[in-house]
Design a protein around this ligand. Structure first.
Ligand code: ZN
Length: 448
């Protein structure tokens, strides 16, 4: 049965300027005809059912978050991310969080890696209609080496099976892990292509953890089996290796020099910087109890990222919005639209460009053929926004401004979920954040 969203302004996500909307047809789960712009207005069919009158509002595609880890469960640290919480609990918690993400106007997200097959299970539970949630594209554990991000613990502890990384030593293990993950239903493969930040390269940024030839083994095997590959790559060398290996899209890329950014632009490989995670710690880490030294490091990282990525964007690297949601500094449902704001304030984009990055561009990480823009034949995943995001991009972060969210032509129930209780066993075992020395105690007493 057909119904119609009428009036308001239309931002279709293709990058085309906003234009007046007369009506948009919801044809089952898909978009039918769209009548918009200054040309002649085609009348609605007689007896047309109006699903939503968007007068005075903006109609735009649902947001796409290209970087949301649904298995992390609002982790306050690496132990919570990797050790505490069973696979079973993580999966059930994941469906709760998926709904929270949807209620923030995110109608699709890509989960670039996490523990067990939690992302795959949440995707399937939502797809089967068991729980409400966005469209999800999921990876599993990051393919890692001993110097990768995700190989967090000392060698005498090893890489825990519950962790978000899987150690792959040598080409045969790499290819085998790709096959195993594909057998278990992943949509794409994630590589921890650069390292933990404690091991730095002279030029800044973490070490390249895989050589280009190793990544090529992974990419070729995944492509041979019809799946795509992304990578966490921060240092410029690591980005170069990803290009050589033929990766499908890149995460972060924040330590590229200009030459390397030019090469990324030439390659046509899109980039998801995930500035929100860094900016949240740099700007507000003190509110969440991050240590001053961490906040300082993230401020420096953010400055470099802004310089390097502004150049990259101006010189043709295609940008996608993603937030690294799933940590306690980036809880689900809170900051997905902040990346659009940061693209405007930090990378110098227009609000319209940022919206394209947060809809059409990001949708290639999920299902670009069927989502990301409001065009005939695509899924009717759309937002009706109270106000004009082109005048103030920040309004997309205000859930009270989301007058309606449609997923596959159906309105989403926006009633907030009851808050989630946390269990004592979810905590890491840290006893204190700082040292309780005698001078520290004396200073605190003197301040009372
Ligand atoms: Zn991430």
């Amino acid at each position: 049965m057909k119904s119609y969203v009428t009036n308001g302004m239309l931002i279709d996500g293709t990058g085309a300027p906003a234009r007046p909307l007369h009506w948009l047809e919801l044809d089952g789960e898909r978009i039918g005809e769209i009548c918009a712009g200054d040309g002649p207005v085609k009348p609605l069919p007689p007896g047309a059912r109006i699903a939503c009158d968007a007068s005075g509002r903006t109609v735009m595609p649902g947001l796409v978050d290209a970087h949301c880890h649904i298995s992390y469960g609002v982790a306050r640290g690496i132990e919570e991310q990797d050790l505490f919480g069973s696979a079973e609990y993580r999966a059930i918690r994941g469906v709760y969080h998926a709904r929270t993400v949807l209620q923030a106007g995110v109608t699709s997200f890509s989960d670039p890696g996490g523990s067990w097959y939690v992302g795959v299970a949440v995707r399937d539970a939502v797809k089967a209609g068991l729980f409400p949630g966005p469209r999800i594209s999921a990876a599993a554990r990051y393919l890692s080496t001993h110097v990768s991000l995700t190989d967090y613990f000392p060698s005498w502890v090893g890489t825990p099976r519950s962790g978000v990384g899987v150690l792959t030593e040598g080409a045969s293990q790499m290819a085998n892990e790709v096959r195993d993950q594909i057998k278990n239903g992943v949509d794409f493969i994630k590589i921890a292509a650069s390292g933990e930040s404690s091991i730095l390269t002279p030029g800044g940024g973490s070490v390249p953890a895989f050589g280009a030839a190793e990544m090529k083994v992974i990419v070729d095997e995944a492509h041979r089996l019809g799946k795509r590959v992304t990578a966490h790559a921060r240092s410029g060398q690591s980005v170069m290796d990803c290009i050589e290996a033929g990766i499908d899209w890149i995460m972060h890329a924040d330590f590229m020099d200009r030459q390397q950014a030019d090469r990324l632009a030439e390659s046509g490989i899109p980039c998801c910087p995930a500035l929100t995670f860094t900016a949240n710690i740099a700007d507000w880490g003190h509110i969440a109890g991050c240590s001053p030294s961490r906040i300082d490091r993230f401020k420096r990282d953010l400055d470099k990222a802004v310089t390097n990525l502004t150049y990259a964007h101006r010189n043709g690297v295609q940008m996608m919005c993603g937030t690294d949601s799933g940590f306690a500094v980036t809880p689900y449902g809170e900051w997905h639209a902040r990346e659009l704001e940061l693209f405007v304030t930090l990378l110098g984009m227009s609000p319209l460009e940022a919206i394209t990055c947060g809809t059409k561009n990001a949708s290639i990480t999920v299902d670009g053929a069927n989502t990301g823009t409001l065009e005939k034949g695509k899924f009717a995943d759309l937002l009706v926004v109270d106000g004009d995001p082109l005048a103030d991009i920040r309004i997309l972060q205000d859930k009270s401004r989301l007058a309606a969210i449609y997923l596959g032509g159906k309105p989403v129930d926006q009633t907030p979920q009851p808050p989630m209780q946390r269990w004592p066993w979810e905590r890491s075992l840290q006893i204190s954040e700082r040292e309780l020395s005698q001078p520290a105690v004396r200073a605190a007493m003197a301040n009372q």
